[in-house]
Ligand binder design. Sequence first.
Ligand code: TYD
Length: 200
Amino acid sequence: MGRGLFVVFEGIDASGKSTQARRVAHQRGAYFTFEPGDTSLGAELRRWVLDATTAMSPVTEALLMLSDRSHHVRSVIEPMLESGRHVVSDRYFASTLAYQGFGGGVDLARLEAATELAIGTCLPDLTVLIDTPLDVAMERRTPDANDRFESADPAFHQRVRDGYLALAAKWGSRWCVIDGSEEEARVGELIDEQLRSLPW
Ligand code: TYD
């Protein structure tokens, strides 16, 4: 059996990506996973990094996210792909570049080097960026959403959104950008059109 396909969903908070990632995984019989936190070590790291009450620098955040990712790749993603299973992940390395790099100001070249150390050659076959304007995402957000990133100011989230678009432009061929301001069903159709090009 050949290696499975690896598809990643990215976007700002409340962009609608988690709903779409779960739907695609379900429809394609793929293994659904997410970052940060889909391993027992990851769940601990997630608790630390999302806890808004502990002050933490963007570099510290990045290193915790990368620890989670490194463990996630080796213990979940790679073994699944090698066994021939398709994997759909809600967030992957672009989240660290967008949030800690573009959003938090951590040097991008160093983050990219650290990312390579964390993930090795495990690159997604396709990254689906759900690009949602801030005001649309704000409306969708649940009122009690107040972890470290959800409580960050709008300027931070704007940098994250712009950062994602810059990343999509840079890595053009393995990325697609979907207009997240469309209604959910339409966003789903646009994603499915892009997924058709992959050898499922
Ligand atoms: P989560 O509750 O999973 O949010 P979402 O449904 O939006 O994915 O929380 C993850 C938060 O962590 C989210 O605000 C993005 C942030 N994050 C980073 O800042 N860097 C990263 O590398 C990752 C994976 C997530």
